[in-house]
Design a binder for this molecule. Structure first.
Ligand SMILES: Cc1cc2nc3c(=O)[nH]c(=O)nc-3n(C[C@H](O)[C@H](O)[C@H](O)COP(=O)(O)OP(=O)(O)OC[C@H]3O[C@@H](n4cnc5c(N)ncnc54)[C@H](O)[C@@H]3O)c2cc1C
Length: 343
């Protein structure tokens, strides 16, 4: 087993960064996490962890904590824009996997990872309010330059840098300066959560509609009194994106921009307009990703999660893949003393 005495710098305390830090700690490596925001708040809405990712979180000893705050979907139903069932399939353990699928609020998942990080690695190793500006990783050591205030720059060095700084990754832009904005596929997503009585058996994911107009819903938490927190995504094709130059996970959506198109979608067993109306708010995000790049590793730095391969925020991909990245990377570092070779 390789010994990594010198610390590894992880940039970003999102799903990929925190899972990387926990996995590196598990193999005995020293690790420090640097995150842009000053406070980690439970942002986002629901995400799905597929069995292959849950297996890895189980290996990190987190399955019980995650199970306590999530819902295990057992089936997925596809139906038409009139609510007629087209296809049904089983999910997670009901489909024969050894691990469940988990539907969970992104903030809750991040909180479970953060709690484990603080307990195992220590609060002192989490550095909030550090915005990565540049990575230098071609020599015998790696350094990262962070901004901690308007004028204050801080250079931090270690044996390697894992940049898990998300879809607008600074580390990736440094390596691929002419890449430009993520590509948009013509769909907009209004995402939200609503408190509801269980839909069907309370363990079913629903995909309704077609390519140009879709409504996806799945429960992410069991609440008191038999109620559930339902995550939903209302998707519409548009000739152009109204979002200007930034894609922001926290941008608020406006009901008037999409609700009228779902007006007739009360199927009896699923009242789409009522669910949308009862949500305290929505977030508007475009369906974007990026084309693959030729490599993620440059000397002693590498990209991970959305920074390496941003995926459409639908289909349970982003978080699950970032978790797998973290585990594979830690496995490579366990096997190899040479960080650059392991990366
Ligand atoms: C606020 C927020 C809300 C989200 N909501 C959803 C959602 O509702 N549904 C969904 O499917 N996906 C959501 N995502 C994306 C989802 O978490 C990722 O697609 C997936 O989990 C892969 O994780 P990641 O660690 O690669 O990226 P992320 O989870 O996006 O984490 C990236 C982290 O890097 C930090 N960071 C960014 N730039 C810098 C910098 N220059 N220096 C230091 N730190 C930096 C960010 O603040 C963030 O904490 C959200 C992401 C964010 C940041």
């Amino acid at each position: 087993m390789a010994a990594h005495q010198d610390r590894i710098i992880v940039v970003g305390a999102g799903i990929g960064g925190l899972t990387t830090a926990l996995s590196l700690h598990e193999i005995g490596a020293r690790v420090d996490v640097f995150e842009r925001v000053h406070e980690l708040r439970p942002l986002g809405v629901g995400i799905n962890l597929l069995p292959h990712a849950v297996r890895e979180l189980h290996a990190l000893g987190l399955l019980d904590a995650l199970r306590a705050h999530s819902v295990e979907p057992t089936s997925l139903v596809y139906c038409s824009a009139r609510g007629q069932e087209i296809w049904r399939e089983q999910r997670g353990t009901a489909a024969g996997y050894a691990w469940p699928q988990l539907s969970i609020h992104r903030g809750t998942l991040q909180d479970v990872l953060l709690g484990a990080f603080v307990e195992r690695v220590g609060q002192d190793h989490l550095h909030l309010g550090h915005r990565l500006e540049r990575v230098e990783a071609d020599g015998a050591r790696a350094s990262a330059v962070f901004r901690t205030g308007d004028d204050d720059a801080l250079v931090v060095s270690g044996t390697g840098i894992v940049a898990a700084d998300g879809i607008h990754s600074v580390a990736r832009a440094q390596r691929y300066p002419s890449e430009g904005r993520p590509s948009w596929n013509g769909s907009l997503l209004w995402r939200g959560t609503a408190e509801v009585d269980p839909v069907l058996d309370g363990r079913t994911m629903v995909w309704a509609g077609h390519r140009d107009q879709k409504f996806v819903a799945y429960p992410i938490a069991d609440l008191a009194g038999g109620r559930q927190q339902l995550n939903f995504i209302a998707e519409l094709r548009r000739p152009e994106s109204p979002l200007g130059r930034t894609e922001d996970w926290n941008r608020a959506g406006e009901l008037r921009d999409f609700l009228p198109e779902f007006d007739g979608w009360d199927f009896g067993w699923l009242d789409v307009p009522a669910i949308i109306r009862s949500a305290p708010g929505t977030f508007l995000f475009p369906m974007i990703d990026r084309d693959p790049v030729t490599r993620w590793t440059f000397g002693r730095s590498t990209l991970l999660g959305d920074a390496a391969h941003p995926m459409y925020p639908i289909g349970s991909n982003g978080a699950s893949q970032a978790i797998l990245d973290a585990r594979v990377l830690a496995g490579c570092l366990r096997a190899d003393d040479d960080v650059a070779a392991a990366f």
